[in-house]
Design a protein around this ligand. Structure first.
Ligand SMILES: [Fe+2]
Ligand SMILES: [Fe+2]
Length: 177
């Protein structure tokens, strides 16, 4: 059972998510997408959860704007399919940092397992723009650039919120004892 952070609806079982689920069902059923659950991305949030967040909010925004909501959902789920822990991965001499290299790796992995449309390719490979210098070609690619940042900020603020809650609990317990 999957759910984007901040959403009330489970992807697989909610009526409200039916269209979204149809768009990404084959990806969610695949081993390679589920492999992202093994890698932490932002604090305690896994790469899978982050990608689901980006996919769902990307879908919602593109649908609202009359853009390609199917490509938005699919590219969102595949945009960080790099499949390693970026904190511990050893860098080869001269290799650029993860932020610059992972969109291309994600695209290669995505293409090895799924049919990726041209628009989706552009969204995946340019999602870190302007780090990746080439200008996005489609409106949907600009949307994913923004939604990726929005999702990261959401994930980090949830983490900070939990930290603050725990700290407050500790202080309360200390005062009570
Ligand atoms: Fe990324
Ligand atoms: Fe991302």
């Amino acid at each position: 059972m999957s759910r984007a952070m901040g959403s009330r609806y489970t992807v697989e079982y909610s009526k409200e998510m039916q269209e979204y689920f149809e768009f990404v069902k084959d990806l969610l059923d695949s081993d390679v997408v589920n492999e992202m659950k093994n890698y932490r991305h932002h604090y305690s949030v896994t790469c899978f959860q982050h990608s689901l967040n980006v996919s769902y909010y990307n879908y919602l925004v593109c649908k609202k704007l009359g853009l390609d909501a199917r490509s938005a959902a699919r590219a969102g789920l595949l945009h960080d399919l790099f499949l390693y822990d970026w904190r511990t991965k050893e860098k080869k001499p001269g290799e650029k940092p993860h932020g610059f290299t992972h969109p291309q790796i994600a695209l290669e992995n995505a293409k090895a397992h799924f049919d990726v449309a041209k628009r989706e390719e552009d969204m995946i490979v340019k999602h870190m723009w302007p780090l990746t210098v080439k200008l996005p070609k489609y409106a949907e690619s600009y949307v994913i650039v923004a939604i990726d940042k929005y999702s990261a900020a959401l994930e980090i603020s949830v983490h900070l919120g939990r930290l603050m809650k725990n700290k407050a609990k500790q202080i309360k317990n200390r005062k009570a004892s």
